[in-house]
Design a protein around this ligand. Structure first.
Ligand code: NAD
Length: 492
């Protein structure tokens, strides 16, 4: 890994451009910000620091490209998306390594799961556009009501750092499939794979201006983008406080928003659960060093099996290996950034100060130094305390016990979030009964993270607004139209 020049950074001989991508061209900014790897602090280049000027240019380019892309036949749009997917698949190793360097996620996960999913995001929506985007006509006294999904304009897409390319393409692909053009603002801690994607869109024949990337630091570029009157949709994935700011900005133009936000999901272990499975699933909540919005970070376990479960869980966590995420043996890598690392440490220190018990972890990994925080379990937490109600977004789980189903449900639903829930039970009827009463966009029963892109995805309560997946994604990015045609008035 070397710096070649100020506008790119090289990985395995491939240059990753660190400028914006606007109207099909690379554009720099007078200002830059430094990007470095959470693995070891290595410099990953100076990134162009965009603001209102770059956002104006990108929205103008996207608006100019819109009529052409919107008028492109669906089959052709679909073919372009498939070509982007081909390029992603041909470059999985590069993309996986760049993402790992940038956000510290496990290389083996990026190779096997994340980057193949990036390609699948494009293929899925390319196919859905052609095969499933239809609705039977309604008949009203002989009048035909025909539903269509029309391109809406420019989609502004703002994404976080925890799974940068996967989360971005989960929105970019349906927006482009719907005939919209796109301005993407990636998270400042992970700007690089979006830039590679821009190259692939060009190689795949996507018209210039149909996809644009504006890099930016903090709120600078994002705030300008969401306030822009030229934008027809805002897709935001990130934290609740930022979503509130965006909603206020969007209100001025009444721009429709889709919000995928944070969580504080429960992982409920019923008395009839298979304990080995429960321990496995609890360990999975540390995936991506705990930086997963969907994580069931609040373990709620029936009091009759709490000790047995905690022993099984602790034994499994003890065998996890923490270290360099490029090493295929590593299970837990670093936190993404020093600021985030300190935030996590703050949560744990305050929980300790309030009298909570650190069952294991609770501190930085002193052998590794840097941004490696040990997998942590906390119990004896006071009801309503910060560690039980606020999203930590790190490898920090809490454990509480319950004695009745009522109590489990009350605890599970007892936060302002409603993104997901994990439920472990050996009794199908019991599980169904509890699952029905959980307030969450996704409930996983005896599993975690299984996703079907045809199914709705999103959060209840403060975890989001709207649902994505299948036609739900098109419902957001497109202008859904009903054309009512009378049976009369036709000339022969
Ligand atoms: P964040 O809200 O700090 O930032 C998200 C993005 O918003 C970044 O690109 C940032 O630059 C941009 N931004 C910041 N201020 C802005 C403003 N005023 N206007 C417009 N854009 C602005 O979130 P984060 O720390 O990057 O991500 C972590 C959060 O994302 C967690 O809460 C996590 O749960 C959530 N998340 C949710 C999902 C989901 O699908 N529900 C998926 C992943 C992450």
């Amino acid at each position: 890994m070397t710096m070649t020049h100020a506008t790119s950074f090289s990985v395995a001989g491939v240059a990753v451009d660190t400028r914006h991508y606007i109207g099909g061209s690379r554009v720099g900014s007078a200002l830059t910000f430094s990007n470095c790897s959470p693995i070891d602090g290595a410099a990953l280049g100076e990134i162009a620091r965009g603001g209102p000027r770059e956002v104006d240019a990108a929205v103008a380019a996207a608006r100019a490209a819109f009529p052409g892309w919107a008028a492109t036949p669906a089959a052709e749009r679909s073919a372009v998306l498939h070509r982007i997917a081909d390029l992603v698949e041909q470059n999985i190793e590069l993309l996986a390594m760049v993402e790992t360097l940038d956000n510290g996620g496990l290389l083996r996960s990026n190779l096997r799961g994340v980057m193949p999913r990036v390609a699948h995001n494009f293929r899925f929506f390319a196919d859905w556009l052609l095969e499933h985007l239809d609705h039977p006509d309604f008949d009203t006294r002989g009048h035909t009501n025909h539903v269509s999904w029309d391109p809406s304009g420019v989609a502004a897409i703002i994404t976080p750092w925890n799974a940068p390319l996967m989360l971005a393409t989960w929105r970019i692909a349906p927006a482009l499939a719907a005939g919209d053009t796109v301005v993407l603002k990636p998270a400042e801690w992970t700007p690089l794979t979006a830039s590679l994607l821009a190259d692939f869109t060009k190689q795949a024949g996507l018209p210039d201006g149909a996809f644009n990337v504006v890099q930016g630091y903090g709120a600078e570029a994002g705030a300008a983008l969401v306030a822009h009157p030229g934008v027809s949709r805002i897709s935001f994935t990130g934290s609740v406080p930022t979503a509130k700011t965006i909603a206020r900005a969007a209100a001025d133009n009444l721009t429709p928003c889709s919000f995928e936000l944070g969580g504080k999901s429960p992982c409920i272990v019923l008395a009839d659960a298979d304990l080995g499975l429960a321990a496995n699933l609890a360990v999975e909540q540390y995936d991506n060093a705990g930086q997963v919005c969907l994580s069931g970070t609040r373990i709620l376990v029936h009091e009759s099996i709490a000790t047995e479960f905690a022993d099984a869980f602790r034994a499994q966590v003890g065998s996890l290996r923490q270290g360099d995420p490029r090493d295929p043996e590593t299970d837990i890598g670093p936190q993404v950034h020093l600021r985030h690392f300190e935030r996590i440490r703050g949560f744990v220190d305050r929980a300790k100060a309030e009298g909570a018990n650190i069952v294991f972890g609770g501190e930085a990994n002193s052998e590794l130094g840097g941004l490696y925080f040990r997998p942590t379990l906390i119990d004896q937490v006071a009801a309503g305390s910060e560690i039980l109600t606020q999203e930590v977004f790190g490898p920090v789980l809490t454990m509480q016990t319950f004695s009745t189903d009522e109590e489990a449900i009350e605890l599970a639903n007892g936060t302002e979030f409603g993104l997901a829930a994990v439920l472990v039970s050996g009794d199908r009827r019991h599980a169904d009964e509890i699952a029905r009463r959980l307030v969450a966009g996704t409930v996983w029963v005896n599993c975690f993270f299984v996703r079907d892109l045809r199914a709705p995805f999103g959060g209840s309560k403060k975890s989001g607004i709207g649902r994505e997946g299948g036609t739900w994604s098109f419902d957001f990015y497109a202008d859904v139209k009903n054309t009512v045609v009378a049976p009369h008035g036709w000339k022969e």
